[in-house]
Structures are given as C-alpha cells and as structure tokens.
Write a protein that binds this ligand. Structure first.
Ligand SMILES: C[S@@+](CC[C@H](N)C(=O)[O-])C[C@H]1O[C@@H](n2cnc3c(N)ncnc32)[C@H](O)[C@@H]1O
Length: 218
C-alpha cells in the first residue's frame, strides 16, 4: 500500500484506492478488504463515490483531516460517509443527514459499528430542524441530486467554520437537463465564488456522467 500524502489515511495499490479502517472488523458494503502490516484496508471505489472519483482524477486536495467534524448532506446508506469516517478517524465526527427513512435506517446500522457517524433523518432544505443536533463543522459535504442543490448548500454554509472546507457534488441533469453540463458547472462556480473560495473542481466522467465535485474554502 502506498500512502497519498495529500489525502489523510488514503492509500493506493495499483489503480485501486483504499482507506485504513478506523473500525477494523467492520464491512458494510461488501467492499474488498486487504490486510497488511497489522492494518485492515477497505477498497474505496470511484464508481460508487464522487469523492473517490475526484481523488482518482487527482483533485489537488479535499481538505479532510483526522479529528474533523463533518456535516454530510445526503448521507444515504453511508457508502462515502463510511470512508470519510476512516479519514477523520475516531476523534472526528460525521453528522450524516438524509431525508429518506429507508436509507437512514441503513445508515443507522453502519453507525452502530462506527461510533463517529451520527445519522439524522431531516430535510436539508430546513437546517433549523437539525441545528440543535449538530456542531460547527470543519467540512461541509453535500451530495444531493435536487434542482435547488446550490441553494441547499448555501443555506447550510452557516454550519461551516471560517477556514473550513466545502465539498460539493453537482449533478448537472438535476439542475437543468436541457443545458450542457459544462455550462451548469460554470454557473455553479460563479455562484459559489460570490460566497466562498473555489479551491479546485473536477468533472467526474467516466466514473459519474454529468457530475462534478467542487472543493471550496470558507
Ligand atoms: C446520490 S445519494 C447520496 C450518496 C452518498 N453521498 C454516497 O456517496 O454514499 C443522494 C441522497 O440525497 C438524499 N436527499 C435528496 N434530497 C434531500 C434533502 N432535501 N435533504 C436531505 N437529503 C436529501 C437522497 O435521499 C439520497 O439518499
């Protein structure tokens, strides 16, 4: 396993990405596990995670550090959150929000094995409904395929500390299926630049068609 110095707790083995598990002995998504030097590594797949796709496409940084508190909007079943859970480690915390009860149920089972994930059933259009359950965060991660995904991110920016990083996955077809993805990404970039510094961005094809991931700094 070869470590990536610019991403915490991330390793490559050939063309495959891995995290060293912060909770060895847990496997939630039938991910491939490798054991080496007393550590357990979980394969992090770019075709299943937009964060892994951006890393596979060599995004310059993602901002995540051990011990970080993360507000994760659109946590779903917890695939990407489980790898961020490895990256922030046992001293970090992920507040994972999703509006769909079925997926939050699965996220709950993941959190039973990973104490650094707190599942929250809520609608991210209404931050006032969960603001009492979370803390100010170092990372605001969003992966919500809704027409108003930019508006949702901006509504939740209040929970990101100054100097903290935003990671925003954009699905262009959810914003406007008639417009070229590149045009949508340009519009999102211009809108973001009014509020926050754009550090880097990657289009995610061939892993995710018509998607991009932005790294932002408050
Ligand atoms: C593409 S999935 C997220 C996948 C996940 N980020 C991963 O990589 O493992 C998008 C999720 O956003 C959730 N979602 C959509 N609208 C939402 C809203 N208004 N508030 C919270 N979650 C929402 C959906 O229920 C869905 O689980």
């Amino acid at each position: 396993m070869k470590a990536f110095p610019k991403y915490p707790n991330l390793y490559e083995n050939g063309r495959f990405l891995f995290t060293a598990s912060a909770y060895p002995g847990t496997c939630h998504f039938e991910e491939r596990i490798r054991r080496e030097g007393g550590l357990e590594y979980r394969e992090f797949r770019p075709d299943r995670s937009k964060l892994a796709a951006a890393i596979a496409k060599n995004i310059s940084q993602v901002g995540i550090k051990p011990g970080n508190n993360v507000l994760y909007l659109g946590a779903s079943h917890g695939y990407t959150p489980s790898f961020i859970s490895d990256m922030v480690g046992k001293h970090g915390m992920i507040f994972g929000i999703d509006v769909a009860p079925q997926v939050v149920r699965n996220l709950y089972f993941v959190s039973q094995k990973r104490n650094n994930i707190a599942p929250i059933l809520a609608n991210c259009n209404h931050p006032e409904s969960y603001q009492h359950l979370i803390v100010q965060c170092d990372i605001l991660y969003q992966d919500i395929a809704q027409r108003n995904q930019v508006e949702i991110f901006l509504k939740n920016l209040q929970f990101l500390k100054k100097g903290g990083f935003g990671i925003l996955a954009i699905k262009s077809r959810s914003i406007d299926v008639t417009k070229k993805p590149k045009l949508i990404f340009k519009q999102v970039r211009l809108e973001m630049e009014k509020k926050i510094t754009v550090v880097d961005y990657r289009e995610l094809d061939p892993f995710e068609k018509d998607h991009a991931l932005f790294v932002l700094k408050k």
